[in-house]
Structures are given as C-alpha cells and as structure tokens.
Design a protein around this ligand. Structure first.
Ligand SMILES: [Mg+2]
Length: 308
C-alpha cells in the first residue's frame, strides 16, 4: 500500500476519503459512475508522478487552489514565531501558482503581513485572521474597520491572567488575540475559560478553537466566506475550487468548497466535513505536484535536491 490509501465510498460530507491522484481525477470527470476504480488505485506518489496522463492545471478553465498555512504547508511549531517555510516549498508554491493560472491563494489564521514575511519574496493573494482580512489578486485589501485597542486590552488581560504560566503564549493579531497552550496542554481548560469569560463581556467577539490554541476574534468573515469572496473575482472566478487545511478553523471553507462541487482536503486526522484527506503535509504536496505539467514537476524535483 502506498502513502495514498484509497476507498470508494459515495460522496458524503461526514466521511473522509483519501485522495487517489490520477484515478480520482478520472472519477471526477466521469461524475462518479465508476467508483470501482478506487479498489485498484493504491499508488505511492512516486508511481503517480510516472503516469503520463495526469491532468494539467495550466488550463484556466480547470482549478483554483486555496491553502491553509500552518499544518498544511508547514509543520506547526510550539511557538507561532518559530515557524519557517522550506525554500523548496516556496519554489513549489510559485510553480503551483503559475500552473494554476495564478489562481492560488493562502487562507490562514495569521495576519496577512506575517504570511507575507514567511513566504517572502513570493507575494500571493491572502486571507488572514481566519478570513477577517483579505488581499485579493489585484492587491486590494478588504477588511472591516478594526478597533485594535480592543485587542490590546484583551491581550493585556490575558498576559496578566497567565503571567505565572510559562509556555502559555499570547499572540496579538489584527483584530484577534490567540492564546497558545501547545507547550502547556494542561492549560487548555483555563485558557478556554478565560476566552469564554471575555466573550461574555462583549457581543462583537467570537471564539475560534484550533489545534492547541483558542482565539478571541472580532466578529466577521470566516474562511468559508472569504473563499466565496475570492471565487467571484478573477483569476478564481469560474474555476473549480480546491481547499486544503488541517484544523477545525478550516471547516467553513471545506463546506463552501463542497457546496461548489470542489475538492475539500483535510490534512491529517480528525472529524471534518472535508471529502478527502491526506495523512501529511508531504502527501498533500505530492498530490498537488502530481497535477502539474511534467516539466513543472521536474523543476520541483530538481529544486528539492538543490540542482537549481
Ligand atoms: Mg492550519
């Protein structure tokens, strides 16, 4: 069995199915009439890359791609500031953007400015803070008016509440405060209790729970709504969306993509409405790479071993 486990259950929003690459695309084209092909389709990514008839994303009528960042493109770090992106992943993203007709956007919980720094010098359309802010393909920023003094006050209160607890990390964002307890899993309940207490004091806040983090955020757009916003604009308009993410905060985007008959992909385990899954970040990259033209895949491979 290769890294892509396969199954052939009919589409169901609460059932995760693993991606099968080339054969999945054939199934999609055939409107699901011949699901039995999944039974014979277990392929390691390297075998898939050897197939001559992989679909090519260069056709502007095919797909647009939305990717979460942490846990989807990079491994999650104990502290959010410790995350670094591999240079080969940067090159891969650039190639994927070109292959998709520049219809590639990142949809992250981080600030747009932080994403820009992490993927420098690459500049992509980005949604930040779980959809609260968005920069479209033309570079226009879409964001509600944000009173950052609310963030400062909440962050100060959180810092005071957890000042004696090393490992509880308070992260200030635009319009949000994230409380990370990855280094202190024993503090999940106190952190959530603190967040819920804050929410009771104001009606314009909501709570977002992610992997070892809870986030108090000004109410506004979520990842699903922000994907919808991208989809009415060029170069995303009229294309079938692919969204990949790893966390509960990605579920609204999965639902949006499902409603548009797109490909929702969960990275890793856990309950989800995503229709497909891969086990790891590397599996996702391999699958996306398999959608590219052969020459782009070869360029990625050369880059990965330092030949370019
Ligand atoms: Mg994530």
């Amino acid at each position: 069995m290769g890294r892509f486990r396969c199954c052939h259950a009919p589409p169901h929003p609460h059932r995760i199915r693993a991606i099968t690459g080339r054969r999945f695309m054939k199934w999609l084209a055939a409107s699901g009439d011949d699901r039995s092909m999944f039974d014979r389709s277990a392929k390691a990514p390297t075998e898939l890359l050897a197939q001559p008839d992989l679909p090519v994303l260069g056709d502007p009528q095919t797909y647009c791609i939305f990717l979460d960042f942490d846990g989807t493109l990079v491994e999650i770090a104990d502290r959010p500031e410790d995350v670094r992106i591999d240079p080969t992943m940067l090159q891969f993203l650039e190639n994927l953007r070109d292959a998709s007709g520049r219809a590639l956007a990142l949809v992250s919980g981080r600030d747009i400015g932080v994403i820009d720094r992490l993927i420098h010098p690459l500049i992509l359309p980005v949604a930040g803070v779980h959809g609260l802010q968005r920069r479209d393909a033309a570079g226009r920023l879409h964001s509600p008016i944000i009173d950052q003094s609310i963030v400062e006050a909440i962050a100060a209160e959180a810092a005071a509440a957890f000042r004696l607890e090393p490992g509880v990390v308070i992260e200030k964002k635009t319009g949000a405060v994230a409380i990370h307890f990855r280094l202190r899993p024993d503090f999940e309940k106190p952190c959530l209790a603190f967040a819920r207490k804050i929410l009771r004091t104001r009606s314009d806040l909501n709570l977002i729970e992610g992997k070892m983090v809870c986030e108090i955020r000004l109410s506004g757009s979520d990842k699903g709504a922000v994907v919808d916003a991208f989809l009415i604009e060029r170069p995303f308009k009229g294309k079938t969306p692919i969204f990949a993410g790893d966390d509960a905060t990605d579920e609204p985007a999965f639902a949006t993509v499902n409603a548009r008959d797109g490909l929702s992909i969960k990275v890793g385990a856990g309950p989800t409405v995503a229709r497909f899954c891969v086990k790891t970040i590397h599996d996702l990259r391999d699958w996306l790479e398999g959608l590219m033209a052969p020459e782009q895949r070869q360029a990625n491979a050369r880059n990965a071993i330092g030949m370019t």
